[in-house]
Design a protein around this ligand. Sequence first.
Ligand code: PBG
Ligand code: ZN
Length: 342
Amino acid sequence: MTHQAEYIKEYPTEISSVLSGGYHHVLTREWQNERTLTKSMFIYPLFMTDDDDAETEIPSLPNQKRWGVNKIVPFVASLVAKGLRSVILFGVPLADGVKDPVGTAADDPSGPVIRTIHILKANFPDLFIMCDVCLCEYTSHGHCGILREDGSIRREITVRRLAAVAVNYAKAGAHAVAPSDMVDGRVRAIKQGLLDNDLAHSTMVMSYSAKFAGNLYGPFRDAACSSPGQGDRKAYQLPPGGRGLARRALERDLAEGADAIIVKPSTFYLDIVREAAEICRNIPIATYQVSGEFAMLHAAAEKGVCDLKGIAFEAAMGSLRAGANLLISYFTPEFLEWLDDN
Ligand code: PBG
Ligand code: ZN
């Protein structure tokens, strides 16, 4: 008897304990995925500003720019050629005096979002165009709703305003509206507004249902110039420990007619993604890998802590494994290339 055989005899291997036979090959490793990353899962955020020729780097948000309408078509064309299917638009008005307490500029027909909808629709008939719906980029105080004297949100007038903005984006041709304000009741108001305007059948309402307050939105607020002047968003975005609140928000938005939901941020909240996949099992679930998460991964890669492509895939797989089937990600341009060669 050889030495090895004796060893095996002495320490018999349980037949069920060997897993590695199931994933020793590159193909069988792929077969382990319950969901496989595809290009069509990616939604790319675009920051559209009111200087038509802008193509401005955003220092805290690596590789992302603020775009003017005159510059956006060639850029989007290069991504569509690589397989881009969907974008989400954010408006960044920078002209003096354009912001006011009620966010009038949000649905200005000559503002950057509505002009971009028209331009993208004309140039890319197959591109799915989503619009973030919020007021913080357009209000003088930088909050996501209309305020009382004491700084709290006036709910009813805010949701009416948000619904009007969403309807105007839909009228301009947006395929989806995505309210990110976190003000109670806005999904119902938006859905009703779309119904009243005969747009509900052709507009997806993708609600940021579980959106947590925290430290991961800094680079976005630099990009969108949307930091609140005073106070913070803790009275409307969810507290990081609020798992029960997130469940209630998901159930509420589902009941109010959301066609899809977003959990945001992504990596720190994957338990909530799993909850969402269970509570909202009949509709698509997106995660938003937000600006701070994205910037952290870049910073870590620059420090040599991790490989950027590797960690980007790992983060994306985390969202998929938790139950997401859509990814809103600043890595979208990279994934459109990476998914060709992996
Ligand atoms: C607007 C909005 C924000 C984000 C998406 N929509 C900022 C905020 O709530 O302050 C964050 C996205 C990101 O950080 O990448 N309400
Ligand atoms: Zn906002």
